[in-house]
Design a protein around this ligand. Structure first.
Ligand SMILES: [Zn+2]
Ligand SMILES: [Zn+2]
Length: 340
């Protein structure tokens, strides 16, 4: 689903290798033990020191690769600032560690900083009864919810303790990184207040997970907000990004840098349209997020039920908002959908 894009490189660089993208802008690709197996981080040369956009996951591999870079090519000048696209662990996981080691500043949107803390607390608190009840409200039987909960293992890859202090960035702000000016664009859908950074002077977009080159980002209605319509937020953001120039160089967090922004936005929209049609096709009678997840995201159901239930519910809520499905909540708070 990435036809017609003009990739700046055909193959990714080796993990942990510092790669030139443009003057004063470098790329480091770091391993992630789960799909999509890597994350792209960007290093921006401020002159007296560095800004890094996203740090990668909190693993020994990632730690060793940063350590090697810091002892080598980056040795001469300090890390001044970390700027984050969003708080998912594959991007934000090492934030607290970097801050402790270097005393650098952290810049990110407020809702992402709060999400980072929420995820950290949830992990520290252990098994989540609220999520079990969310699954039951969305169609899983008590037995099914128990089996899914029992299959969950605490992830040792979730981030360390997040930084306690940060600089808030908002949509429309202009920030300096790597001797360029970047406009902050925030978007919902993939995460609460995901930041993208656009350099208008040179038409460069640090896109985070909002626009990926080879896959569509997850769009999840979270257990904390079963009525949310993140798919609408995600599609609205794609629409707003169309205002950027067609020949913008896009630097995604997963995949390869490319030109062809407008083609990619159209492909992502088509992908989600097809997914909405797939969900409609399995929703011929009364349905719910559990039944849809079994049909459309069967592999994720046990491995990553937050993704499977959340994606299913995001599509169902979108279809309800479009008037294609009717949403019903019964006296036991069980949520179901039926063709409108
Ligand atoms: Zn993400
Ligand atoms: Zn990601």
């Amino acid at each position: 689903m990435s036809d017609g894009l003009d990739f700046t490189v055909q193959r990714p660089p080796a993990y942990g290798e510092l790669t030139d993208v443009l003057p004063k802008l470098f790329w480091v690709r770091l391993p992630v033990p789960t799909a999509p197996n890597h994350v792209n981080c960007w290093l921006l040369d401020n002159g007296p020191g560095w800004t890094i956009v996203d740090t990668g996951l909190n693993t020994d591999d990632t730690f060793e690769m940063w350590d090697k870079l810091w002892r080598g090519l980056l040795r001469a000048r300090p890390l001044q600032n970390l700027t984050f696209t969003h708080a998912h662990a594959d991007h934000f996981g090492l934030a607290g560690f970097f801050v402790k080691e270097t005393k650098c500043s952290v810049r990110m949107p407020l809702a992402e900083w709060l999400s980072g803390w929420k995820m950290w607390h949830e992990r520290e608190e252990g098994p989540d009864e609220q999520f079990a009840s969310f699954m039951k409200r969305n169609g899983a039987s008590g037995d099914e919810a128990a089996v899914i909960m029992a299959a969950q293992r605490p992830s040792k890859f979730l981030g360390g303790r997040p930084p306690r202090e940060f600089i808030r960035i908002r949509d429309g702000d202009v920030i300096a990184m790597g001797q360029r000016e970047w406009q902050v664009i925030t978007a919902g859908g993939h995460s609460a207040e995901h930041a993208l950074f656009f350099c208008a002077g040179e038409k460069i977009l640090i896109a985070g997970d909002q626009i990926l080159s080879h896959m569509a980002p997850s769009v999840i209605a979270p257990a904390a907000q079963p009525e949310a319509n993140p798919m609408q937020e995600y599609l609205d953001a794609l629409f707003r990004l169309e205002a950027l120039p067609a020949d913008t160089l896009v630097l995604p967090s997963h995949g390869l840098p490319f030109r062809g922004l407008h083609q990619r936005l159209a492909q992502l929209r088509e992908h989600h349209q097809a997914r909405l049609d797939d969900v409609m096709s399995v929703a011929s009678g009364k349905t719910n997020a559990f039944l849809v997840a079994q049909e459309i995201f069967p592999r994720a159901l046990y491995a990553n039920p937050r993704l499977a239930f959340g994606e299913a519910l995001a599509h169902l809520n979108m279809l309800a908002s479009m008037g294609r499905l009717a949403r019903d909540v019964d006296g036991d708070s069980v949520i179901s959908f039926a063709p409108a």
